[in-house]
Design a protein around this ligand. Structure first.
Ligand SMILES: [Cu+2]
Length: 68
């Protein structure tokens, strides 16, 4: 699975580093790349990771995914 989504709370390179680090810790995440300027995150994952897990983790670290 691959998805690009927006995380409005991204404000600097530290946010980017935190998000990438936390996402990589989810079992099943293949790649995670956040962009400071666009506030977009591009993520690739496989089982046992799920979109629900990703959303929950980002919410827990105070970088919730933008509502669509
Ligand atoms: Cu920051």
């Amino acid at each position: 699975m691959q998805k690009t989504f927006r995380v409005p709370n991204i404000s600097c390179s530290h946010c980017v580093a935190t998000i990438e680090r936390e996402l990589h810790q989810i079992d099943g995440v293949v790649s995670a790349s956040a962009d400071e300027k666009t506030k977009n995150v591009t993520l690739q994952w496989q089982d046992p990771a799920s979109w629900e897990t990703v959303q929950r983790v980002l919410k827990e670290i105070h970088y919730p995914v933008e509502e669509e």
